[in-house]
Design a protein. Sequence first.
Length: 339
Amino acid sequence: MENDLTQLMKRRNDYEQKIRFAQCYRSHCRLDGRVKLSVIPRYRNRPCRERFYYFIPGTEKHFDADTICIAVGLSPMSQLLKMAGCRMEDNPKRGGQVPIVDAYGQTSIEGIFAAGDVEGIEEASSAMIGGRICGIAAAHFLGYMDDGTFKQQYEIHQNALSGLRQGMFAPENRGKVLTKTEENIDISANLLEKGYLDDSEIDKYPGVTHTGGVRQSGRDPRELPLAMYGIQKLWPTLSEELEVDCEYHQDGNLRLGKTPQHIKILTGLADRARACGLDVRMIDGDEVRAINPNLSDEVTGASWCPTDGHANPRNRRHRCADAVCRAGESGHRSSGPYV
């Protein structure tokens, strides 16, 4: 198929047409029970404007096949097992009608094994390992694997499968309402149901910070004097004035570079900032890692401004608006903070 597509791509130069996606399948059942598979490449003219694909006449390829397997989504297609007489169960946690199998994937009928989505919807890696377990079980059943080898291989794959099935998304937890992880960390119902964390939940989770940069380095020279004034005159006493902890701290700011072009840009920014009176300088990779040992050797240099810092914007935004109102300015409440 790849060679066929290559030829079609060459052909498009003659017609000034572009192939976008190249496969469509049509199947026809023959009377002898075999299957005829037709592969029909397709192209789309003016791809940026039209959404429809058009078949290229005369480019069909036909192949004989014993079976065509069709993926139709997360619904087990277990009809063949049911027709064969395997015991089935209606198990919503596993996707619906599925066969009852033992630890090796063998169904109620000796010699018939089931693995993957047909045995129950699960993660793809779990399905692959389950298929390996069925494979060695079938080989052992047919006499192609001795008992010792089978037991050894089964334990290897079963341990791998058990490792994948740990945690809150393990099969045994399906359908349960969980409030804690295995590490005893709260589980956000909003995150699971709506896809986002509520503001009231964020502070409960370890590692969550709300700091924003309070920096002078890297700024346009026209705004730099105002940023420097804020660092010198406003931020040191802002928490006291707003009566809320802004979590402001000066721990410096690194602007990192990995390539000569990066270093050239950073050097230009540092030179312009120094011309405005800012304490900023270029340092090499060793000095960078002395400040932050977690940085990789790929960092070759950086600009360093020791008077830059961080603060918590969430703590101060409402208090700033209140202070403006108290000073006689107009404050308008929107759906969120004052603006």
